[in-house]
Write a protein that binds this ligand. Structure first.
Ligand code: PYC
Length: 335
């Protein structure tokens, strides 16, 4: 049993990928056993939520941060296993954090330039690391699950979108195919701009709520917890600009690796992008991921390229005497 009076140290390395931060837990994480990453993710969700909150939430972190808990892989050929999580719970997969994790492993000297395998709860991904900051990874098989669902959204009106899997479940709303949508969202221009994130966030939250209330899910009841708006790019060299609401209330500062994968799945399903053709996805900040895909067993395998930079290396201290030891959340701070 953990000593009630002993401070617990968690060694982390922080990075950002296209503006979106990742905090990799190098040491001091919970022992989740040695079965599949999917089972360890469930154990993490069910028994170590305080640890998740302590690492991500204020006062040590923020709603924007995505955590990556390094685990022993099942496959001895994999360089690591990983469980991704954010301020409200575990994620299934995370693209920007895969890029951040690869650069972190390079920073630590645990990998050299080359191709490596990484185990996630939804499958093994391969990534190529250039030895500095650039990473290209082959994501898990992605696909469009449902096309053209229209829902009535409180204070927005009717909204039409597609449900797609890119390692997480997304509802994608294409502003180009719904030019009238901007008039339903006062304060939002096309292309979207950073000062508009409050309106975009509120609208996306309303859409997510409406999906839940209407029982619209991904396959096998999978919760759609990411909402992605796609519009034209600011930079004409790119193909689209997105705004992605993550589980919780934070938006992705990067173009979102799983969101770009979901977008590629929709483009492929509509025959608007062919295997090997490049799609340059711009984030609301203007940072870019390059995406291509190939087909495998009727699904697409997205290939996503981006860059990450190390921002900090730190020891988090969890002091049992600290009333905010496990992070500031409404449930943990009821008084
Ligand atoms: O890059 O896949 C991603 C992602 C998901 C949530 C935040 N970033």
């Amino acid at each position: 049993m953990r000593d009630l009076f002993k401070k617990h140290i968690v060694h982390v390395i922080d990075s950002h990928t296209g503006g979106e931060p990742t905090r990799v837990v190098i040491a001091g994480g919970p022992d989740l056993g040695s079965d599949s990453l999917a089972e360890r993710r469930n154990r993490f969700r069910d028994h170590f939520d305080d640890f998740r909150s302590a690492v991500i939430n204020e006062p040590r972190g923020s709603d924007v941060l995505v955590g990556a808990l390094l685990c022993e892989p099942v496959d001895p050929l994999a360089v690591a296993g990983v469980i991704y999580f954010n301020n409200v719970g575990p994620l299934w997969m995370c693209g920007h954090a895969t890029i951040g994790l690869a650069v972190t492993l390079g920073h630590l000297g645990r990998i050299q330039a080359g191709t490596h395998r990484l185990e996630t709860p939804v499958g093994t991904v391969l990534f190529e690391y250039d030895g500095a900051n650039r990473v290209v990874f082959d994501n898990v098989p992605s696909y469009r699950f449902t096309q053209g669902i229209t829902i009535d959204v409180e204070e927005v009106g009717p909204v039409t979108g597609d449900v797609a899997w890119g390692g997480n479940w997304f509802f994608l709303v294409d502003f180009a195919s719904l030019p009238g949508l901007t008039s339903q969202l006062p304060g939002v221009s096309v292309p979207f701009r950073l000062p508009e994130v409050d309106v975009l966030t509120q609208s996306a939250q309303r859409i997510r709520r409406a999906l839940r209330e209407n029982g619209i899910t991904g396959a096998e009841g999978g919760e759609i917890d990411h909402i992605e708006f796609i519009g034209p790019p600011v930079d004409p060299q790119n193909h689209g600009r997105n705004f992605v609401l993550c589980p919780g209330a934070a938006y992705d500062r990067s173009p979102c690796g799983t969101g770009t994968s979901a977008k590629l799945a929709c483009l492929a399903a509509d025959r608007k992008l062919m295997p090997g053709e490049v799609w340059r996805q711009e984030s609301i900040l203007g940072s870019v991921f390059e995406g291509t895909f190939r087909y495998e067993n009727g699904r697409i395998i997205p290939r996503i390229a981006g860059t990450a930079y190390i921002t900090a290396e730190a020891n988090l201290i969890l002091d049992p005497a600290d009333p905010f030891q496990m992070g500031i959340t409404p449930e943990r701070c009821s008084s």
